[in-house]
Design a protein around this ligand. Structure first.
Ligand code: ZN
Length: 430
């Protein structure tokens, strides 16, 4: 299947960052040619030609941290702090979850992500076989982890780890290589030392990453000092966890010594500014983190704490929040870099998050004919500061068109939405 995107403006995330009047050829799931010269494409038969006129073409977003099926609990409990929200509202509701709920909610979440230009996401949840099935059918790329919660060593902890290992065996590198399975101890405060040691061993054995939450609230950091006389980062470092590649969500409350450890270990941070603001957790100082060498991507977190999965909104908020005391902090191109290539890099995904010959063809076409795109001085600024998710028109993942002119082609979106509405009744409080 060969596809040509003809005569567009492209944001490559490489050098040069913006190329006008280029065409992009896609063959066997990868970008085979990018050129301003039409003659370079002569002699190749293309099954599909997408017109690039009034289109901005860029790599799909990489959502570095979410809980996709929490779509089911969107609007279920808001305006509370993290601990109350989790313990009194979310965890009791999640005990009612079934595999069917997670499958349909995942498809609805995937529809929402495709419609806002996301082509890769990093997920942590339960009933992960159902999430993987939704990824397989929808055509997206994903790093999936079962969320291990085991505060005490023993039988339950081992059961949680065996669920993870079964998921690794069945789905790691599945769906034509679009699915990677990560090991997902939920957080330092929900997992005992035994789980952390075994999680590290599993990640190394299967050549994959650890996905967790880290130092999201000040209360979590204080409690860790009380129990272990260490920050959560110091505790995980002492357990050897970071010998496995690790992606940690939030990191709102990292001390400089924690940041230095995480940077030295190459740990990636998934910055989730909306969720941190909404749960009152604070604002991660990402400019300082980046200056200290920490690798940072952007995530939406789940739809129960955001409350959407719109990466365009998330990267704009990240850019604006970083400027609260310095307008030069996190320029548009840097925020976009975090939402694309840096996100892919911290997830260990080669060839994802940029447009280059040989790279994965994970691409969005954005319609720039709207009034809010005029006059078009700087496509990067326009995208980061002015674009709307509804401008995303066509999306490809691994060279396959998953949405064309706003129609999702890989699954029945209306059916998924209707099922989620019906299934949500059992959670309803109002
Ligand atoms: Zn999370």
């Amino acid at each position: 299947m060969a596809i040509l995107i003809r005569d567009c403006t492209a944001i490559t995330m490489g050098d040069p960052l913006v190329r006008r009047g280029v065409s992009i050829a896609i063959e066997d799931g990868k970008i085979s040619k990018i050129s301003e010269n039409p003659q370079d494409f002569e002699g190749t038969h293309f099954d599909t030609v997408l017109d690039g006129k009034n289109k901005l073409v860029l790599p799909g977003f990489v959502n570095a941290h979410t809980h996709l099926a929490m779509v089911l609990l969107r609007g279920y409990s808001d305006d509370r702090n993290l601990q109350e929200w989790l313990e009194q509202e979310i965890w009791p509701a999640e005990r009612k979850l079934t595999e069917d709920d997670v499958y349909w909610a995942s498809l609805v979440g995937i529809a929402e992500m495709i419609r806002s230009g996301t082509t890769t996401f990093c997920d942590m949840y339960f009933f992960m076989d159902a999430v993987a099935q939704a990824v397989k059918e929808s055509g997206l790329r994903a790093v999936l982890s079962y969320g291990i919660i085991a505060p005490q060593p023993g039988e339950k902890a081992q059961r949680e780890l065996s669920v993870t290992e079964k998921f690794l065996r069945e789905w790691h590198n599945g769906a034509e290589g679009r699915i990677r399975v990560a090991v997902g101890p939920h957080a330092p405060y929900t997992c005992c030392d035994e789980v952390w040691r075994d999680a590290r061993a599993l990640a190394l054995q299967y050549n994959t990453i650890i996905h967790t939450h880290l130092q999201e609230t000040l209360a979590e950091v204080n409690e860790s000092f009380r129990r272990y006389q260490k920050s959560p980062t110091e505790r995980l470092e002492a357990l050897g966890v970071f010998e496995a590649p690790t992606v940690a969500a939030h990191g709102v409350h990292l001390r400089d010594s924690d940041v230095a450890t995480l940077a030295r270990r190459g740990v990636g941070l998934a910055h989730c500014p909306t969720s941190n603001l909404k749960l009152g957790s604070g604002i991660a100082p990402v400019k300082r983190y980046k200056q200290m060498g920490l690798r940072v991507g952007i995530g939406t977190d789940g739809a129960a704490s955001n409350n959407n999965l719109d990466m365009l909104e998330e990267l704009r908020l990240a850019a604006l929040l970083a400027k609260r005391d310095d307008p030069t902090a996190l320029p548009a191109a840097e925020a976009l870099q975090m939402a694309t290539q840096s996100g892919a890099q911290i997830l260990g995904l080669e060839g994802v998050g940029h447009l280059a010959e040989g790279a994965e063809a994970d691409i969005m076409l954005v319609n720039t004919s709207g009034a809010h795109w005029q006059p078009g001085h700087n496509p990067v600024s326009d995208l980061v500061y002015a674009a709307q998710a509804s401008d995303v028109e066509t999306v490809l993942v691994a060279g396959r068109i998953v949405m064309k002119e706003k129609e999702i082609l890989t699954f029945d979106e209306e059916r998924a939405k209707a099922n989620v509405r019906a299934l949500s009744a059992k959670y309803r409080k109002l």
